[in-house]
Design a protein around this ligand. Structure first.
Ligand SMILES: *[C@@H]1O[C@H](CO)[C@@H](O)[C@H](O)[C@H]1NC(C)=O
Ligand SMILES: *[C@@H]1O[C@H](CO)[C@@H](O)[C@H](O)[C@H]1NC(C)=O
Ligand SMILES: *[C@@H]1O[C@H](CO)[C@@H](O)[C@H](O)[C@H]1NC(C)=O
Ligand SMILES: *[C@@H]1O[C@H](CO)[C@@H](O)[C@H](O)[C@H]1NC(C)=O
Ligand SMILES: *[C@@H]1O[C@H](CO)[C@@H](O)[C@H](O)[C@H]1NC(C)=O
Length: 274
């Protein structure tokens, strides 16, 4: 192979290297699947050590839906006294834009990476294609079965609870919250929910058009006060997450180092073959 050919080969290897480095460093945006959930459990980002927070973690509530000040209280899904707050429900600003709260799983990351981050979501399919949301990660949606990112949108009555925690929190039968994997069936069924859950339940049939797990494009953005004022949670990297997020730095550095070593070895073998 002549020198020009070798130069081109080097150039494409450099491109592959750059691409792999970029892909691992940038886990603040991408494509993801969505689900609906509302399990009434204390959200995972309500524990102080589940993220690097400037002050308090995500607010949780008692059985009366009143905010708790004790962030060490155990989850109502396991006999404790802390539940989710109905204020962390979605709401529409206009026909194409809503605010809300989500459980997040970013592929091969841990919740330190997302707890209390905010994301811009563009729906790319289903009846809501073209609509957008800005959401705050108040919970985690770990899923090791998938090689994908996941956002579970917190929608009251939007899915059944896992442990009957909603029934405990509001003192109503579990059937009030609908059927497995679906939640309530119709907009009218929302009226049977505990009062604080009704508005968010209707959002699903109005703005969200009862969409079934549409995919989204996501990108981390600065949290608007509309959301922070509700959860009370601010990350320490809130103002510099795209440059100095240490959570992503550690991982991406070691990742790209391994990638570089691997690609360097491949390059040496490749050049010997020329
Ligand atoms: C309800 O939750 C289950 C379990 O996480 C999930 O498999 C399902 O997709 C959810 N349903 C919707 C409509 O999101
Ligand atoms: C909806 O609200 C968002 C946020 O305030 C705004 O950026 C957007 O322009 C609005 N869209 C319409 C169609 O009014
Ligand atoms: C969503 O779409 C808008 C308009 O095309 C674009 O400006 C924005 O960057 C997109 N956001 C994401 C997260 O892809
Ligand atoms: C959030 O709370 C702050 C402090 O109370 C207030 O100044 C601000 O207007 C609030 N933002 C929104 C969008 O309500
Ligand atoms: C971080 O984001 C800001 C605002 O979007 C941008 O001006 C800046 O170039 C970004 N920095 C890096 C290192 O990406």
């Amino acid at each position: 192979m002549d020198l020009i050919g070798r130069g081109n080969a080097l150039k494409s290897l450099a491109l592959v290297l750059a691409a792999s480095r970029w892909a691992t460093a940038d886990s603040l945006s991408g494509s993801a699947r969505t689900e609906r959930y509302w399990d009434c459990c204390k959200p995972s980002c309500s524990w102080s050590d589940h993220g690097r927070f400037m002050g308090d973690p995500v607010e949780s509530c008692g059985i009366d839906d009143a905010p708790l000040t004790d962030f060490t209280a155990g989850t109502g899904c396991n006999g404790g006294s802390a539940y989710s707050c109905a204020t962390q429900s979605p709401w529409a600003v206009n026909d194409t834009f809503s605010y809300g709260f989500v459980g997040v799983y970013i592929d091969r990351r841990t919740e330190d990476h997302w707890c209390c981050s905010c994301y811009h979501l563009n729906f790319t399919e289903g009846p809501v294609a073209g609509k957008t949301m800005i959401v705050q990660a108040h919970n985690s949606a770990y899923d090791t079965d998938i090689d994908d990112n996941k956002f579970t949108i917190a929608v009251p009555g939007g899915n059944t609870s896992f442990a009957g925690a909603c029934s405990d929190q509001y003192g109503v039968p579990e059937s009030t919250f609908g059927v497995e994997n679906q939640g309530v069936r119709t907009r009218d069924d929302c009226q049977n929910l505990p009062e604080p859950m009704i508005g968010g339940c209707m959002w699903r049939f109005d703005w969200y058009e009862n969409a079934e797990n549409p995919r989204v494009d996501f990108k981390r953005v600065s949290c608007p006060s509309e959301l922070i004022n509700i959860t009370g949670c601010i990350r320490r990297d809130e103002n510099d997450f795209n440059s100095t997020s240490s959570a992503s730095l550690t991982r991406s550095t070691s990742h790209s180092l391994v990638a570089s070593l691997f690609m360097g070895g491949a390059l040496a073998i490749f050049l010997q073959l020329l």
